[in-house]
Design a protein around this ligand. Structure first.
Ligand code: GAL
Ligand code: CA
Length: 354
């Protein structure tokens, strides 16, 4: 096991000016000091999840496990992946990060519980000289720039909102009579929002609607509320709204698929011709089934597998002291962005295996 001990790997033995060339320098220092030799040993990755009780995140964890095995076969190196479930508690996640560092993890991958906790984790990793990849829950730019060993792997939340909005706009243009049930020329909608403060909640909410209004369609918001990415909470909100607005809801925008499925649960036995149009984001397996069944009009594929692959490629490059830009496509120095894609009944077949 490769341990990063204070004596040879702490920032105190690294001149501050040298931090900009961290990966290569770190590898050289490790080799010189004899405390590295990582190439013969195993790469140890510590992945901290905000909660495993989240459909998209638990699928990502499975992807990580599968891709690690694949990377082992391809590289011939031993890779050990530790996964910790933060159970939606930032203090639990802090302890998990401490344990990963104490165990000598070579790279940390952190899906923050609370995005504002990024700086504390960045400082802990820096103190041990351990590169850090945040994913899915995006820290503010200043936290990513805190030192050179920090990366973010994710998808552009604004893009997902725009693509979701365009799904609705296209449906309006293709079949306005069916969508505009009260015939007033205005699209009445409700918005199921993810966790408050999450970049994906804020930007999907804003840009989905903007895409519709930019397309020249007038909208009227009947209601919006958070359901914290959660299917059961969304079903409860939707049940209330159905009582309040009944058939007046023409479209349900949902910041993710699990909440869209909650809205579908709430519709229950309502005859299909009285259902609003429902759109989600993620393209999880149950959501694809709902698209196939004609319950969910469309979704936006959030490439968790691509994100997991980028994290492993980054981890391997950083561990090997290679230039990460050779392993992944980096934007603004330290960001890896995976594209979103629209999914409807028409192109569904291409997504089942993802
Ligand atoms: C989003 C995803 C949600 C939820 C959230 C957790 O990207 O669309 O379903 O998993 O991340 O941070
Ligand atoms: Ca209307």
């Amino acid at each position: 096991m490769r341990r990063k001990t204070k004596s040879c790997c702490s920032p105190s033995c690294r001149p501050p000016a040298a931090r900009r060339a961290l990966p290569a320098l770190l590898a050289a220092l490790l080799a010189l000091s004899g405390c590295g030799g990582g190439k013969e040993d195993s790469l140890r990755i510590g992945a901290a999840l905000y909660t495993q009780d989240d459909t998209f995140i638990s699928a990502m964890a499975q992807d990580l496990e599968g891709l690690v095995r694949e990377a082992e076969r391809e590289t011939g190196k031993k890779i050990t992946l530790f996964i910790a479930d933060g159970k939606s508690s930032q203090s639990t996640q802090m302890n998990q990060v401490d344990r990963f560092l104490a165990r000598g993890c070579d790279v940390l991958c952190v899906n923050l519980v609370d995005r504002t906790a990024a700086a504390v984790i960045a400082d802990k990793a820096e103190a041990e000289g351990v590169p850090l990849v945040f994913f899915n829950r995006q820290p503010v730019a200043e936290d990513i720039q805190r030192w050179d060993g920090i990366y973010y792997v994710g998808a552009d939340a604004r893009e997902s909102g725009e693509l979701q909005g365009r799904l609705v706009l296209d449906a309006w243009r293709a079949g306005r009579e069916a969508l505009d049930r009260n015939g007033d020329g205005i699209l009445q909608y409700v918005m199921l929002e993810g966790e408050p403060g999450h970049q994906d909640s804020l930007l999907r909410t804003e840009y989905s609607i903007k895409a519709v209004t930019d397309g020249g369609v007038e909208v009227e918001k009947l209601a919006n509320e958070t359901a914290n990415w959660n299917r059961a909470q969304a079903a409860a909100r939707m049940a209330q709204w159905l009582e309040e607005f009944g058939d007046g809801i023409e479209v349900v925008f949902s910041n993710n698929d699990d909440m869209a499925l909650g809205a579908i649960d709430a519709l229950g036995d309502t005859p299909r011709d009285r259902w609003p149009l429902i759109v989600g984001v993620d393209a999880t397996a149950p959501a694809l089934e709902a698209v196939a069944a004609g319950q969910l009009y469309g979704t936006v594929h959030n490439d968790g597998q691509g994100q997991a692959q980028a994290m492993i490629d980054l981890a391997l490059a950083l561990w090997n002291g290679e230039d990460p830009a050779q392993a992944v496509e980096l934007a603004e120095g330290n960001y890896v962005w995976l594209p979103y894609r629209q999914v409807t009944l028409e192109n569904l077949d291409g997504f089942w295996e993802d």
